[in-house]
Design a binder for this molecule. Structure first.
Ligand code: PLP
Length: 369
C-alpha cells in the first residue's frame, strides 16, 4: 500500500461482525477479563491501538505510542532516560520541550544545546555519558535544517540514541527512521490533527528495545494518554494528511517567494527557498518543504504587531498545522528569555484560497509602508 492508501485504511481495526466501514469509538474504560483481552483503557484502548498501528506504518516503524500532547511524548523520553544521562539538543529546540529540559529535568539530565544545523559541531559535544541526540528538522521557529542522516550516523557509531521531532515535516515529506533515526516524535496537535481541535503527541520506534519498553511503561503507568475521542479524530484526520500537506506546501512556497520580494521584509526562513542555508540538505531528505515559514519584518516588533493586526484571514494565534492560516510574533509567545528575534513572524500557511492569502498580506503591508 502507498502512503495515501495506508492513511485511509491503516487505522481501521474493525472487529464488529456488522462490519462498519469506520472503526467505532470505544468509550469503555474497562474490559471483561478474558484470555488476551484488553484490561483498562489507560493501558490500552481499541482506538488508541488503531492510531498507534497507523502511526507506526506511516513512519515505517515497528511500534508507536500515543500521548495526550506532544510535550507529554517528549517528557516520556526524558523520563525514560537513566539518571545522569547527557542529552544533546538543538539550540532552537521547540521552546516547550527546551523548558522541560531546563526547568524540570535539570537535576536528572545534563544538557548541551547546540546548533545542530551544523553537524560538525556534534562530535565536539559528545561525552562518555551522552545517551540521546534530539533532532528537530525543520526547527521551530527558525526553520533550520539538520542533516538527519549525518547526525544519526554519528549517534549510532557512538552508541547514542537519536530521536527526531518530525512535527513540521510530517511523514508525508520526511521519514527520519529511513534516514537512520531510532525514534520519531510528533506533536499530533499540528498537521496530523490538522484542524486545530485535537491535542496529542506520539513516539514511533524503529525497533523494540529496553529503552522503548521503558517509554511504554512511562506511557501506561504515567497515564498521559489520549482519550478514545482524540484517537478517533486523529485517525480520521490522518486520512487526508497527504492531500492537506501538498496544499500547505504549495501555498507556503508561493507566500515565501512573495515575502522574499517584499520591500518590508528583511529575511525569510523557508527551506524551499534556494537562499536558505539548509536548502540542499532539505531537498535531499524531504520530498516537500512543508507549510511553515517565518520572516523578519522591517520596523521592529511594533511593525510586526501592526502588520499582524491588519490581517483578516491569518488569525493571530499560537500553534500550527491546521487548515486555517495562523500567524504570530513568536518572541511575544516564548517570553522574556527567548533568543528568537523580536521582529520574527511565524506563519502557518493554511488551505484558504491562495489569492485571498496574498491579497490579505499585500493590504496589511500597504497599511504599514
Ligand atoms: N514539537 C514541536 C516542533 C512543536 O511545534 C510543538 C508545539 O508547538 C511541540 C513539539 C509540542 O507539542 P504539544 O503542543 O502538542 O504539546
Amino acid at each position: 500500500m502507498k502512503f495515501e492508501t495506508i492513511a485511509i485504511h491503516g487505522g481501521n481495526l474493525v472487529t464488529d461482525s456488522q462490519k462498519p466501514v469506520v472503526q467505532p469509538i470505544t468509550l469503555s474504560t474497562t474490559f471483561e477479563h478474558q484470555k488476551d483481552s484488553l484490561i483498562y483503557s489507560r493501558a490500552n484502548n481499541p482506538n488508541r491501538m488503531a492510531l498507534e498501528n497507523l502511526l507506526a506504518k506511516l513512519e515505517m516503524g515497528k511500534s508507536a505510542a500515543a500521548f495526550s500532547s506532544g510535550n507529554a511524548a517528549g517528557m516520556a523520553v526524558f523520563q525514560a532516560l537513566p539518571h545522569g544521562s547527557h542529552v544533546i539538543a538543538p539550540s532552537d529546540m521547540y521552546h516547550g520541550l527546551k523548558k522541560q529540559l531546563v526547568e524540570i529535568f535539570h537535576d536528572k539530565l545534563e544538557v548541551t544545546f547546540i546548533d545542530l544545523s551544523n553537524s560538525q559541531k556534534l562530535k565536539k559535544c559528545l561525552q562518555p555519558n551522552t545517551k540521546l541526540i534530539w533532532i528537530e528538522s525543520p526547527s521551530n521557529p527558525l526553520l533550520k535544517i539538520s542533516d538527519i542522516k549525518a547526525l544519526c550516523k554519528l549517534a549510532r557509531e557512538n552508541d547514542i540514541l537519536s530521536i527526531c521531532d518530525n512535527t513540521f515535516a510530517t511523514p508525508v515529506f520526511q521519514n527520519p527512521l529511513k534516514l537512520g533515526a531510532d525514534m520519531v516524535m510528533h506533536s499530533t496537535t499540528k498537521y496530523l490533527g490538522g484542524h486545530s481541535d485535537i491535542l496529542g503527541g506520539a513516539l514511533i520506534t524503529k525497533e523494540e528495545s529496553k529503552f522503548w519498553n521503558q517509554i511504554l511503561n512511562v506511557q501506561k503507568t504515567g497515564g498521559a494518554v489520549p482519550s478514545p475521542f482524540d484517537c478517533y479524530y486523529l485517525t480520521r484526520s490522518i486520512k487526508t494528511l497527504a492531500y492537506r500537506m501538498k496544499g500547505h506546501a504549495e501555498h507556503a512556497g508561493i507566500i515565501a517567494t512573495f515575502l522574499n520580494q517584499h520591500p518590508m521584509v528583511e529575511n525569510v526562513f523557508y527551506p524551499g527557498l534556494t537562499q536558505h542555508p539548509g536548502h540542499q540538505i532539505a531537498a535531499n531528505q524531504m520530498t516537500g518543504f512543508g507549510g511553515i515559514l517565518s520572516f523578519l519584518i522591517k520596523g521592529g516588533p511594533e511593525n510586526a504587531d501592526k502588520f499582524i493586526s491588519n490581517l483578516k484571514f491569518f488569525s493571530n494565534a499560537t500553534s500550527l498545522g491546521g487548515v486555517e492560516s495562523l500567524i504570530e510574533r513568536r518572541a511575544a509567545v516564548e517570553g522574556p528569555d527567548t533568543k528568537t528575534p523580536q521582529n520574527l513572524i511565524r506563519v502557518s500557511v493554511g488551505l484558504e484560497h491562495l489569492e485571498d492569502l496574498l491579497e490579505d498580506m499585500t493590504q496589511a503591508f500597504d497599511k504599514i509602508s
